[in-house]
Design a protein. Structure first.
Length: 358
């Protein structure tokens, strides 16, 4: 296994569209959302260990999830859990982790990957990743994996690439979540991919890009180089991390740099961002219901996403295309087509009944 390969696993999000299962104190990446016996972060970690030495995998998370990470990934050490003392989006934490990695190994290349995505063909994923690692170790490239769109999804960002015969394409433009008509047009044009939020680059290339496009942020984190990977690191980060700008890696670097490339992925992917996306990935009953943990009796009930505590009996009659989620103190029965509104509903619940429900 190549000792120059590293991974940064992003595990700091709250996943509020998966409420009531995903909450601020226990977000979705720490749940077994698919009913497989493994949580999403455990699944992602084991997938990455097929190509990255496990001691080279850093988990980027909020400090409140430190113990959860160590509990769910017993193979890692405390030094691999990189905690943010404040929420500052993806750019600062990626720069910080990249500087730590570069200090440990100046020849490192890394993959930055979300901890809560679903990937069907793990071998295809590993092969794609290997191709990217090799390219990034030889060239000054910032790479991303793009997924072939299968329908005009308005919940994903898109990547437009320059047409050509090379397997690795030059990125022409990143587009935020489009409306339905625009998404349809993207699919017709044929040179658009879904942005899976999986990035690959060498430590040298990404830090050089930050120096060029984010001078202030780079100067802030460079002050700590002498203490990274030592006992004094925590104190430096507590003081300085909250001073970093709140900005995503896309805006901070990728939309500005001219050495951004994409490899069209050969694996099936789903960002598991909503109950509907989970429904799409699960096996269905004859009535087309997707069920996690529950024992269901249904009559004229179809297209429902049903999740409860283990072996709870659920009787459903006459309900179509609903999300039914039962958690100790909350029962959610909500139309699947309105799933994007779950964030709003969560806010109403917290405002009405208290923060403890979120």
């Amino acid at each position: 296994m190549n000792k120059n390969y590293y991974a940064i696993l992003m595990a700091g999000g709250v996943g509020s569209r998966f409420w009531p299962v995903s909450t601020t104190s226990f977000p979705k990446q720490f749940h077994d959302m698919l009913g497989t016996g493994e949580t999403l972060i455990q699944k992602t970690f084991s997938r990455l260990t097929k190509i990255v030495p496990k001691e080279n995998i850093l988990i980027l998370t909020n400090e409140r999830y430190n113990d959860l990470v160590l509990e769910q990934l017993p193979e890692i050490e405390q030094r691999q859990v990189v905690t943010e003392p404040a929420m500052r989006n993806t750019a600062p934490c990626i720069l910080y982790a990249s500087m730590k990695i570069q200090k440990e190994n100046p020849n490192a290349a890394m993959v930055v990957a979300p901890s809560d995505h679903w990937i069907e063909d793990e071998n295809a994923f590993i092969n794609n990743l290997k191709q990217c690692f090799e390219s990034c170790l030889q060239n000054d490239m910032l790479m991303t994996l793009g997924v072939q769109p299968t329908f005009p999804n308005t919940g994903y960002g898109y990547i437009r690439f320059e047409r050509g015969d090379q397997p690795i394409k030059t990125v022409a433009q990143f587009t935020e979540k489009p409306n339905y008509e625009t998404a349809k047009q993207f699919l017709e044009e044929g040179n658009y991919l879904w942005n899976a939020g999986i990035f690959i680059w060498s430590a040298k290339s990404i830090i050089s890009a930050f120096s060029m496009f984010q001078e202030k942020m780079t100067a802030l984190f460079e002050k700590g180089i002498s203490v990274y990977n030592t006992n004094e690191e925590g104190e430096f980060i507590q003081e300085n991390y909250p001073l970093a700008e709140n900005i995503s890696i896309d805006y901070a670097i990728l939309e500005k740099a001219n050495n951004v490339y994409v490899l069209p992925a050969t694996f099936d992917w789903n960002d598991l961002g909503t109950w509907g996306s989970l429904y799409d990935k699960l096996d269905k009953t004859e009535e087309n219901n997707a069920i996690v943990n529950a024992k269901v009796l249904s009559d004229e009930a179809s297209g429902n996403m049903i999740r409860t505590a283990k072996d709870k009996i659920v009787v459903v009659d006459g309900l179509k295309d609903y999300i039914i989620v039962d958690k100790e103190e909350v029962l959610l029965i909500f139309p699947k087509k309105k799933e994007q509104d779950i964030k709003k509903v969560l806010k109403q619940v917290k405002d009405t009944y208290g923060e403890q429900y979120g």
